[in-house]
Design a protein around this ligand. Sequence first.
Ligand SMILES: NC(=O)c1ccc[n+]([C@@H]2O[C@H](COP(=O)([O-])OP(=O)(O)OC[C@H]3O[C@@H](n4cnc5c(N)ncnc54)[C@H](O)[C@@H]3O)[C@@H](O)[C@H]2O)c1
Length: 422
Amino acid sequence: MKEVCVLGLGYIGLPTASVLATNGFKVVGVDVSQRVVDTVNEGNIHIEEPGLQTVVRAAIGSGNLRAAREPEAADVFIIAVPTPLTARKTADMSYVTRAAESIVPLLRAGVLVILESTSPPGTCRDLLRPILERSGLSVGKEIHLAHCPERVLPGKILKELIHNDRVIGGYDRAAARKARDLYARFVDGELFLTDATTAEMVKILENTYRDVNIALANEVAVLCERLGIDFWECAQLANRHPRVAVHRAGPGVGGHCISIDPWFLVEKFPDDAAMVRLARQRNDSMPTHVVRRVRDLLGDLQDPKIAVLGQAYKGNVDDIRESPAVHVVDLLKAEGLRCAVYDPHVKKGPHELVSLEECLHDADLLLVLTAHDEFKYLNPRQVARQMRTNLLLDTHNVLEHEDWTLAGFRVAVLGVGAAVNA
Ligand SMILES: NC(=O)c1ccc[n+]([C@@H]2O[C@H](COP(=O)([O-])OP(=O)(O)OC[C@H]3O[C@@H](n4cnc5c(N)ncnc54)[C@H](O)[C@@H]3O)[C@@H](O)[C@H]2O)c1
């Protein structure tokens, strides 16, 4: 295994292609976007990820990585294309289908095809196998097929790509062993071998576990508000139990994984995955809850302006896919409320982004929707001077509320019954 063709140069494919290249493989990174191909070939990156620029530059500089629009013959094909949701909350497998179809003419005996995209259980068996066999070769005989899901955390992708344990699911045992030999070249974590459908389910289980846990936190946070107590104190105390790990509440769940993957189970098992569906619905209801809290805080202020901090789906990344922060602004605007939106990481989004100064100027309510570090370091007194009314709603419980209260803010926190200093 010397030559690797990676399909999709996004958050997963680009770091993977670069790390393979810096570990001695000859890698062609394929993307349907000419902009992505040009950017990578210049040694630059089109996404924000700490350390990635350096690794891509090193990979391109070594001559081991090259980007192209079309796949090329290789010993290994890695598919890392998107698997988003359709409007009907079903898995959109069209990218995986097209990527698989694009390599069919290049397949030859002994080749290894790895699906890294998160996919509904059964994808390798029911979707990929028939496509790959259009080559005239058999999966399980001439073609080795495996699913090796990614579990990296955006913001720490390069570290986790190397140090995380990995699950390697082979269509058959030989495929699993071949895929293990590839990952062993750059992964420090343990490699666990299983079958492809189990590996597909493991990935969905991981994200569903987190979605359900966050839904529980969100639900209890809403209950705490109604009880007039503090969810954050409850969770902290409950987590002192040796076998309890309550997740954080917040304005909802976003990103390309946790807010999407559980639907793959609901789609496949609409009756039996009832709890999974309910958790999704609870998390999807949080933006509406945030808007209700905003309305309560604004009371009868005339023509209020909301200074929105954050559009990314989580702190310190530029990713706005499925971001609840975007959805909150959609809802606020739909209610005719004026919003000025600032995000130091996001370059472009569906809502116009303004400078911090413009965002705060004459605003009435500061609404923290993303836990970026930059927001924790804001000077409350300085912000207070720029705003017209000093209201604050912290939907992530990340600011130093005492400092903001001392600066004259009326502070409200998601999950806390009444304004902290009311
Ligand atoms: N982003 C994460 O943190 C993360 C973590 C774990 C798993 N995953 C999974 O990995 C997969 C990829 O996610 P991502 O975040 O890297 O997506 P992404 O959108 O960042 O990148 C995907 C890239 O694939 C390209 N592409 C689309 N169709 C193609 C084709 N036929 N051939 C070649 N390129 C094509 C797109 O232009 C895009 O640049 C998804 O299934 C996702 O669920 C993502």
